[in-house]
Ligand binder design. Structure first.
Ligand code: DGL
Length: 297
């Protein structure tokens, strides 16, 4: 496939498909490769070192497939690995290629969505504890106060196909209860995990009507289109033709069944193996820098 230079989309598993779906709807002309590390999902409660190692392997594989640009469509990986990959891995190995995350484009669009300047964020434990959204909000939406709530059970429920029902409702109620006591001023709930857009309807049924729900999939695609306008040199490297490959590190049958729910169409995936990447000489330095995600746009 060397004549193809697709946009690479990387996620820990299925969740990034919510982001990818909107990107492809908005920009169907480009070639794409989606890679889900399903064999090792979820990343949500893994350490910085592990998330960085797994993400770097995914990025390396997508580069080997000719991608000039990769979107890390996973909040946990964006929070824990993106900064290190951008600052320490790319300059040495692929200085002319780019890797972008989902946190900065999300944060950049929240300022004008809240009138009380108080936004609640739901994410994985890893995303919340990394403080990446808080740091990025302070830089790009400084008036906004972010109230964070980890929702560790929502990803497993989605992965199990539990998109409605009393079990799911119980946890949405519980997490909202833990969220609303943190501030009476919350007027917006940001779904900062790839899986949560699939739960938007159920969440809207349970939380108060006056709370505006921001779904990350709707924020990232326009931001990528805007990136291409500002960086025509990157846009020109991506081939067009509308091709799309789906790769998984686990069983294709399972991937295809769940991907159908995320994409709303039949999917036929290929199984691949990720290889270890020699990262950097100073992993401690990586860890110290890893919680300060920022895309280079
Ligand atoms: N993709 C992850 C995220 O957006 C959720 C799934 C996982 O924990 O790996 O944070």
């Amino acid at each position: 496939m060397s004549h193809h230079s697709p946009i690479g989309i990387f996620d820990s598993g299925f969740g990034g498909l919510t982001i990818f779906r909107k990107i492809r709807e908005l920009m169907p002309q480009y070639d794409y490769i989606y890679l889900g590390d399903n064999a090792r999902t979820p990343y949500g409660n893994r350490s910085f070192e592990t998330v960085l190692k797994f993400t770097a392997e995914g990025v390396q594989f997508l580069f080997s497939q000719g991608c000039p640009l990769i979107i890390i469509a996973c909040n946990t990986a964006s929070a824990k690995a993106l900064r290190s990959i951008q600052q320490q891995y790319l300059p040495k190995t692929y200085p002319e290629r780019r890797v972008l995350g989902v946190i900065r484009p999300t944060v950049e669009s929240i300022q004008d969505k809240t009138s009380t300047n108080t936004v609640a964020l739901w994410g994985t434990s890893g995303t919340v504890s990394s403080q990446s959204f808080v740091l990025e909000t302070a830089k790009h939406a400084p008036k906004v106060k972010l109230v964070q709530q980890a929702c560790p059970l929502l990803v497993p429920l989605v992965e199990a196909g539990e998109l409605e029902g009393t079990g799911l409702e119980y946890f949405i109620r519980k997490y909202w209860g833990q969220t609303e006591v943190q501030s009476p001023r919350i007027d917006t709930l940001l779904l900062a995990c790839t899986h949560y857009p699939l739960l938007k309807k159920q969440i809207a049924k349970i939380i108060p009507r006056n709370i505006n729900i921001l779904s990350q999939d709707e924020l990232v695609a326009p931001s990528l289109a805007d990136y291409f306008k500002r960086h025509p040199e990157m846009e020109s490297l991506v081939t067009t033709g509308g091709g799309c490959r789906y790769l998984t590190t686990d069983q294709c049958g399972h991937f295809d069944r769940l991907a159908r729910i995320f994409m709303g169409q039949d999917i036929s995936s290929e199984k691949i193996e990720l290889k270890e990447v020699k990262l950097l000489d100073n992993p401690r330095h990586i860890l110290l820098n890893a919680d300060n995600e920022s895309a280079p746009e």
